[in-house]
Design a protein around this ligand. Structure first.
Ligand code: PEP
Ligand code: MG
Length: 604
């Protein structure tokens, strides 16, 4: 339920996942059409309701004809004729009579009546023995979904490719692959019913610097396209019909942001060094080669996590060795002598390939994911390893494996690297013989045997997003249990400490590349635990550098000691916030609240 704000305002609060403030008209994207609001209509509303239905049917017909036309041009009339069946649904007199009867006699609203009848037809068709008739159930659902979207005046996801006006997107959920391809000029922000702070969709929003809020429950059913809204990605607040006073308050906040931005620009090329002289490696997380510009602009010292899987998704065929080589080489060359850590393919979980038919799994995050996939799919792994090795002569390339859970996986992967190195030598293709290979520590078992893994790895990178979900048994995608997803849980801090201590004993660097490293309140704790590098979204680098340059390691260590054994996570968070507030007050004033819980921004 929304809160009532100042006169006429409705305020919705969710989980803030990507900072920034913007305002504009909302665009609501369907489905779910399975949650159709049902209400009765009065006699005098009936003619208007029938008229709405008629308009939605006409609009749907035009849309289908347009799609058919496009398909005909691209693929010929045979493929286009598939849509004749869709058009026939719209002309089916029996179906339409039944819908109008429900509206006239039972006084059902148009959405509910149409959805009821269409569902009944689809269910009957899908239970037929005849395959042709069963297929018609899919047509029926497809057309029904269009008609309902038109009745609700909401767009379907394909409309995202053709936005003509800037908007704030509202939808039940957004797949990471869609979030990765949003047009920043058109999408001013987005808010979803589902999701959590470490979902890959949230990560995409941050890397695209699009303000975003997730976990808003059934928001997409409550709003209508065209509503005017303000989205505050700092506090996770979406305000519908903001008043002039609210807009004024946000104007003030934006001005504070601008002042802070100026200070951040001054330190752009300065190192991330604490007041007591400890140098922290501050690198960027990226997903595609087009992120290079952002890395250079934010003043990061290279890339600490290149999520290579985004080169693999949203396409029909996996990228070839050469295509990958060009991509990795471009990043290495652009950023040298700074390092670029390329993570090998981390597919599975919420990231799926269109070209490889991964089996449906009951627990995809515990399933055939990341290194487990690559150690079986040798062709895909070989192409990637050879491409990374070849790119290594063009800069400071490092490589790491995701989801290592035991020594065996690391050794197997390293053996394959040796094999492909021999191949390249035999072919006379150059590569960096000393290219460093590290692992992600994101499965609790890896943290617990960190000493033994450290003897076979050149560096560690702690993936707190997964480490937290696997240690606390909390699905990182599930907004219902998001309150249990707690980076300050002493168990998490102890696993990080174990990993950092093992790294120090074995003389290798240890980084954190999960979202925890981009949270100002968590940074002193991580550094205090012995983490030597941080890798975060480019958009967060300036703020985190600003904080580090004002921090004393002695204070960070003291906070970490307290947090590791604290019996109150609330107290840990409060102390962490206080340290940030005392160290860098302008970060707080400008809307940064740390730890991602929703403190309202201005006084609303
Ligand atoms: C992590 O798990 O913290 C991580 C950085 O990897 P990803 O978010 O891509 O799973
Ligand atoms: Mg991970």
């Amino acid at each position: 339920m929304p809160e009532q704000g100042r006169t006429g305002e409705k305020i919705y609060r969710g989980i803030p996942v990507s900072t920034g403030i913007s305002r504009g008209r909302v665009l609501v994207i369907g489905p779910p059409n399975d949650e159709i609001p049902t209400h009765s209509i009065s006699e005098h509303e009936l003619s208007n309701e029938l008229e709405r239905l008629e308009q939605a049917l006409v609009q749907t017909r035009h849309q289908i004809l347009a799609v058919q036309h496009k398909v005909e041009e691209a693929m010929g009339s045979k493929d286009a004729s598939i849509f004749d069946a869709h058009l026939l649904v719209l002309e089916d007199r029996t179906l339409l009579d039944e819908v109008t009867r429900l509206m006239e006699q039972d006084r059902m609203n148009a959405e509910a009546a149409f959805s009821k009848v269409a569902n009944k037809y689809a269910t009957t068709l899908s239970s037929m023995d005849d395959e042709y008739l069963r297929e018609r159930a899919t047509d029926m659902r497809d057309v029904a979904s269009r008609v309902l979207n038109n009745l609700f005046k909401r767009s379907d996801e394909t409309a995202l490719q053709h936005l003509t006006e800037p908007c704030i997107l509202i939808c039940p959920d957004l797949p990471p692959s869609t979030a990765a391809t949003l047009d920043r000029k058109m999408v001013l922000g987005f808010a979803t019913d589902k999701g959590s702070k470490t979902s890959h969709t949230a990560i995409m929003a941050r890397s695209q610097q699009i303000p975003a809020i997730v976990g808003l429950h059934d928001l997409s059913n409550q709003l209508r396209s065209g509503d005017y809204a303000l989205i505050d990605g700092y506090s996770g607040t979406l305000i519908i019909n903001p008043t002039d006073q609210t807009l004024f308050d946000y104007g003030q906040l934006i001005r504070k942001q601008v002042t802070l931005e100026e200070k951040l620009r001054d330190i752009q090329s300065k190192p991330a060094v604490t007041l007591d002289g400890v140098l922290v490696g501050l690198r960027a997380n990226i997903e595609q080669t087009t992120d290079i510009e952002a890395v250079v602009a934010c003043g990061a010292e290279g890339v600490g996590l290149f999520r290579s899987e985004y080169i693999f998704i949203n396409r029909e065929q996996p990228p070839t060795e050469d295509e990958q080589y060009q991509a990795y080489r471009a990043v290495a060359e652009a950023l040298k002598p700074n390092p670029v850590v390329i993570r090998t393919l981390d597919i599975g979980g919420d990231k799926l390939l269109t070209h490889s038919h991964l089996p449906q799994e009951l627990n995809p995050f515990l399933g055939w994911r990341a290194i487990r996939f690559c150690l079986v799919e040798h062709t895909i792994f070989r192409d990637q390893l050879r491409a990374i090795l070849r790119a290594s002569v063009h800069g400071t390339v490092k490589m790491m494996y995701p989801m290592i859970s035991g020594l065996g996986e690391l050794q197997q992967a390293n053996q394959l690297v040796e094999k492909y190195k021999s191949e390249l030598r035999a072919e006379g293709i150059p590569f960096d013989e000393k290219m460093e290979i590290g692992i992600m520590v994101e499965v609790p078992s890896a943290a617990l045997i960190a000493d033994s893994l450290a003897r076979h790895a050149d560096f560690f990178s702690i993936g707190t997003n997964d480490l937290i979900q696997y240690s606390l048994a909390v699905d990182r995608m599930n907004e219902r249990i998001a309150h249990l997803y707690d980076p300050t849980h002493p168990a998490i801090l102890q696993l990080i400490k174990l990993t950092a201590d093992a790294a120090a004993r074995n003389n290798i660097p240890v980084s954190v590349c999960g979202e925890m490293a981009g949270d100002p309140a968590m940074v002193p704790i991580l550094l205090g635990l012995g983490v030597t590098e941080l890798s975060i979204s480019p958009s967060l680098i300036p703020r985190i550098k600003f904080l580090i340059r004002r921090l004393k390691m002695s204070e960070a260590r003291e906070l970490a000691r307290f947090a590791m054994t604290s019996e109150s996570q609330q107290e840990t968070i409060e102390r962490a916030r206080l340290l940030v507030r005392n160290t860098a007050p302008s970060l707080i004033e400008s809307g940064e609240t740390g730890t991602g819980d929703s403190e309202p921004s201005p006084s609303i």
